[in-house]
Design a binder for this molecule. Structure first.
Ligand SMILES: Cc1ncc(COP(=O)(O)O)c(C=O)c1O
Length: 322
């Protein structure tokens, strides 16, 4: 763990020695997140990615209200996976128009809350489209929707692949044109596409390839859209090193390729804002769970690794500072 500075053999979180934090909390273990490290991450992304790319935080990585509030001020949007997260997102001050809701199996109550809030619902199936259309009619609203596409390719070398065959996430690409026609008939406010092909990737070339294929697919599907595409969420997949020997993602290489992709976007989908949706890359290395000399393994990265750290990411409170 190199990101937290060490002063007098004591890790510092936000410039505060861990011993002092433990004194304030009154017990261990506890979780501490370094706002400065999160800010640095966002600044680094902004430096390397084209200015017109919108950055969204996928709250499933860490939905703690303070973390979300901090990120809401730095990011262009938030992505939620439950109404619990939605409420935290709305309380963070983020404009509801910049909040999206993804995830299979949304209940009618969840859809109704999302429609009332005016956020974008990423539709995971035709059935969900029909249900939200009924809710819109019942509530005299025009739900804002995007289609989550299950792409016919995958993000190679990922910790978790979402695409490249039948998956529980999104609508298979070949079924999307018919769905787009139906969206135009049932009174939904079509925003665009959400195409998330994988997660936890450390290989810039694989991310570049997936981004190119994602934009190509969106351009093809846009021909069937009931109105111009205004939103293209191309997912993220930016990984963080978890194991010895893993190297950080070369974000400069990802960014350089992106500038070229944006040229194509401007020509082919001129009304679309391009969104990258990131979770662990923003917060996964900014948190610590100190004071637990404990051999249990935390959950796998895809279950939101930031909230619990593997033993190698912990340090006993042995320092005397603070
Ligand atoms: C739709 C969606 N968005 C965002 C994420 C967050 O991914 P990560 O934390 O790897 O950036 C996931 C991860 O499973 C996801 O399924």
């Amino acid at each position: 763990m190199t990101q937290f500075p060490v002063v007098n053999d004591c890790l510092q979180v936000n410039g505060i020695p861990l011993t002092e934090l433990a004194r304030r909390v009154g017990r261990t273990p506890f979780y501490a997140y370094d706002r400065g490290l999160i800010t640095q991450r966002v600044e680094q992304l902004r430096k390397h990615l084209p200015a017109e790319v919108h950055l969204h935080y996928a709250m499933k990585a860490n939905p703690m209200a303070e973390v979300v509030r901090h990120l809401a001020a730095l990011m262009d949007g938030l992505d939620v996976a439950s109404t619990g997260e939605l409420r935290v997102a709305l309380a963070s001050g983020m404009n509801p128009r910049e909040i999206s809701f993804a995830g299979p199996g949304k209940t009618d109550a969840e859809l109704a809350e999302a429609v009332a809030a005016g956020i974008v619902v990423n539709l995971e199936s035709e059935r969900e489209m029909e249900r939200i259309a009924v809710l819109g009619r019942d509530h005299n609203a025009r739900p804002r929707v995007a289609v989550r596409v299950n792409p016919d390719f995958e993000l190679k070398s990922s910790g978790m692949k979402m695409g490249g065959g039948p998956k529980q996430f999104g609508v298979d690409a070949e079924r999307v044109p018919a769905m787009l026609a139906r969206i135009g008939q049932v009174g939904l406010d079509f925003q665009g596409f959400h195409i998330f092909s994988g997660s936890q990737n450390l290989i810039a070339a694989a991310i570049k390839e997936a981004q190119e294929k994602t934009i190509e697919l969106a351009i093809k599907l846009a021909e069937h859209a009931p109105s111009p595409v205004r939103l293209l969420n191309i997912g993220g997949g930016f990984g963080i090193p978890y194991f010895p020997g893993e190297r950080p993602l070369d974000i400069a290489a990802v960014g350089a390729n992106f500038a070229r992709l944006m040229d194509g976007m401007r020509r082919r989908l001129p009304q679309a804002r391009t969104v990258i949706e990131l979770g662990r890359y923003l917060v996964g290395e900014a948190g610590i769970r100190p004071g637990i000399p404990d051999n249990r393994r935390g959950p796998t990265p895809s279950s939101g690794g930031v909230r619990q750290f593997r033993p190698s990411h912990t340090k006993e409170l042995s320092c005397s500072g603070g």
